[in-house]
Design a protein. Structure first.
Length: 365
């Protein structure tokens, strides 16, 4: 009898030992949903942590939902998710603000939710539907907005801009001699650039909300940035050696002459729209790169506001140079500045593009 009791005791101790050491399993057929945005670096990091943890759990499935899709809107509304990314496990919603980029804390939150504990979000008392467009400004980050704006300034201030602006200013002043006419032309010219770039940016931004498209776009963009970066460096070498630039804009001059001769405000606007296409080889790569980065913010509404900030940065150099010339600076001085610094500007642009390529491909920015 004593031997039987000892045997039973040994079995119980063994079972207890196994239960203590065996990984705690999630409930059977636990459904996990992660709300993401294409190209979102924070989302990619959260997915890596989730995949690592789930390697020790069976009977779990993960559904990846894009926040801007119909299913995404439904889940966000149902669970009152307020961040991208958000991980939904049972009744627990783990938002980005709950761990603020701390992967160790994220692991603890996920494991607690998988063990059946109710994880209370730090954003419980915030207003519902914070991902809606009406709350877009709440998602704006001042430093990010400033960075995007400065990127627009750097993209807008380039040799193409200086060359054509000096030509436009000299033509307008020669025809009327009035500085006020120059300011009017510059204002509508800038509006044309802004509208065309913004429409193009919104269209591309919407395309990037598809995850499969965004992944392919990231690969193509990285290759394109490397190529155009090398082209900028080669152009700097050619210009330094006294040869012609790879980026020619003389094909558009006949349209410029026609628009300026009409002296209509609509013509100035269309001229700006045309110039945005002429300007594309100069700033197109930086522009597309910034759109890719903006799309990774995780909030469509905020992304469009960032896009507006970037486009304002692009047209601001046009407005500033127009005002400076209207106040007395001659177009010849602007053109001389362009000729004296075009090699340095090309080198800086090329180095920037080549540095952006790996950062975007590996989703580090």
């Amino acid at each position: 009898m004593k031997a039987i009791l000892n045997c039973l005791m040994a079995i119980l101790l063994t079972v207890t030992f196994v239960i203590v050491l065996w990984p705690v399993s999630a409930e059977d057929n636990t459904q996990i949903t992660i709300i993401t945005s294409p190209g979102c670096t924070k989302c990619a990091a959260a997915e890596r942590v989730l995949t690592e943890i789930l390697a020790d759990y069976e009977n779990t499935s993960v559904e990846d939902v894009i926040f801007s899709s119909e299913e995404g809107h439904r889940i966000i509304k149902e669970h009152k998710a307020k961040d991208v990314p958000s991980i939904i496990i049972g009744n627990s919603v783990i938002g980005y603000k709950d761990y603020d980029g701390n992967e160790t804390e994220l692991k603890m939150l996920i494991m607690s939710a998988l063990q059946g504990q109710n994880v209370v979000s730090k954003n419980e008392d915030e207003s519902d539907g914070i991902l809606d467009g009406e709350h877009a400004l709440q998602n704006l980050n001042l430093s990010s907005a400033a960075t995007v704006f400065v990127a627009g300034l750097l993209a807008g201030f380039n040799p193409c801009l200086l060359a054509i602006l000096a030509f436009l200013a000299s033509t307008v002043l020669a025809s009327s001699g009035r500085r006020r006419d120059l300011l009017t032309m510059i204002a509508f010219f800038s509006a044309g650039i802004f509208v065309v770039y913004y429409i193009f940016g919104v269209g591309l931004f919407n395309v990037l909300q598809e995850k499969s498209t965004a992944a392919m776009f990231r690969l193509v963009l990285a290759a394109l940035l490397l190529l155009l970066g090398l082209m900028q460096m080669e152009d700097a070498r050619r210009l330094n050696g006294g040869r012609d630039s790879l980026f020619r804009t003389d094909w558009a001059m006949k349209y410029v002459h026609g628009a300026l001769a009409s002296k209509r405000l609509g013509s100035y606007f269309l001229l700006g729209a045309l110039f945005s296409l002429v300007k594309a080889p100069c700033v197109g790569a930086v522009y597309i790169a910034i759109i890719g980065i903006i799309s990774s913010q995780g909030y469509a509404s905020s992304g469009l506001i960032y896009l507006m900030m970037y486009n304002l940065g692009i047209v601001l150099p046009v407005l500033l140079l127009g005002v400076i010339m209207a106040l007395g600076m001659s177009p010849e001085q602007v053109d001389n500045f362009r000729n004296n610094h075009k090699v340095a500007i090309r080198m800086i642009t090329g180095a920037t593009l080549m540095a952006l390529a790996p950062l975007i491909y590996w989703q580090l920015i």
